[in-house]
Design a protein around this ligand. Structure first.
Ligand code: ADE
Ligand code: ZN
Length: 330
């Protein structure tokens, strides 16, 4: 079954490219850029990956990405991710990045845009994996800064499949970003947002009503609100759930306690993703395998989950049909 799950054709929709930075690559890039890391070795850094919650993870995540300085660093980061994703038979990936986390370090917007664009094109020609780019805003920073980033990103609007909203959720409700997401909508840029990861179910409603998002990232806290669950079911809003991430960030004590089975039972449009695979126990295959160990789902359910991901991906109609055909033939 593990081999079957690894080979299952999949789409990954919730993936922070900065969260794919493995400790070994972090050390390699630190050396290249003359940065001294506060750890002896990649193994020592890996043991520091023990998180109490989202905040303690984010501290390490933002510290880790300091080694990303030049286009070459972002390019190699993305190519390493694509290569691992291809090994998990990920046919398509919607990858997000955090421009503000780089701008505050003096890295120009052009650096991640150009490097990621090149990696996306090269990965597609080398391995056939398609991808789309999500520009995420950090919700724990001022909305005015996000608006400024949206304006400055204009030269790359044709490269952006959507804007997103991530970082520390509690205390930073979606309504804070109403004007930014309105501006994205005016520019005909689709919108997604993290909601209901650690934050309450009301943030999911806010993301739908105020930010007019087409997908919810995580969304697991919807389960606290029966009326919201019914709405998510009726409207079939895609929820990009990240099972291992929720365990590593202590959203649940064990995967067996996760609300995923209840979400499926309720008829929600769920798909599986890895979020930050370098920090949360691996990529797509590991997430599928962990769900099999925890829930003992059969191949029909995994095919349904993979199909849900393909349906909700930022991909062309042609590409989507191709991916569905591969999944059906599997
Ligand atoms: N940025 C990277 N990973 C994240 C997560 N799981 N939640 C919010 N922001 C993030
Ligand atoms: Zn995320």
């Amino acid at each position: 079954m593990q081999d079957w799950l690894k080979g299952l054709p999949k789409a990954e929709l919730h993936l922070h490219i900065e969260g794919t930075l493995e400790p070994e690559q972090q050390f390699e890039l630190a050396r290249r850029n003359g940065i001294t890391l506060p750890y002896e070795s990649a193994a020592a850094l890996r043991t520091a990956y023990d998180f109490a919650d989202l905040a303690s993870f984010l501290a390490l995540y933002y510290q880790g990405m300091n080694v990303l300085q030049q286009e070459r660093d972002f390019y190699e980061l993305a190519m390493a991710y694509f290569e691992r994703a291809v090994a998990d038979n990920v046919l398509h990936a919607d990858i997000s990045f955090d421009p503000q986390a780089h701008l505050v370090r003096g890295i120009d917007l052009a650096v991640p845009f150009e490097a990621l664009g090149q990696a996306m094109a090269d990965a597609e020609s080398q391995w056939g994996i398609s991808s789309a780019l999500i520009m995420s805003f950090m919700r724990d920073r001022e909305a005015e800064e996000a608006m400024d980033v949206l304006r400055r990103a204009e030269p790359w609007y044709d490269r952006i499949a959507a804007v997103g909203l991530d970082s520390a959720e509690v205390g930073n409700p979606p309504e804070k970003f109403a004007a930014v997401f309105d501006a994205a909508k005016e520019r005909r840029i689709p919108r997604v947002a993290h909601a209901g990861e650690e934050g309450p179910a009301s943030y999911i409603r806010g993301a739908l009503d105020t930010l007019d998002v087409c997908r919810i990232d995580h969304g697991v806290r919807c389960i606290d609100d029966a009326e919201l669950v019914e709405r998510l079911r009726r409207e079939q809003i895609p929820l990009t759930v990240c099972p291992l991430s929720n365990v590593y960030l202590k959203g649940v004590a064990r995967l067996e306690d996760h609300s995923l089975p209840a979400m499926l039972e309720a008829g929600l449009n769920v798909n599986l993703n890895s979020d930050d695979p370098a920090y949360f126990g691996g990529g797509m295959a590991n997430n599928f395998i962990a769900c099999h160990a925890a829930f003992d789902w059969d191949t029909t359910i995994f095919k349904q989950l993979a199909g849900n991901g393909i349906n909700a991906a930022f991909a062309s109609d042609n590409r989507r049909a191709q991916m569905h055909a591969e999944l059906e033939a599997y």
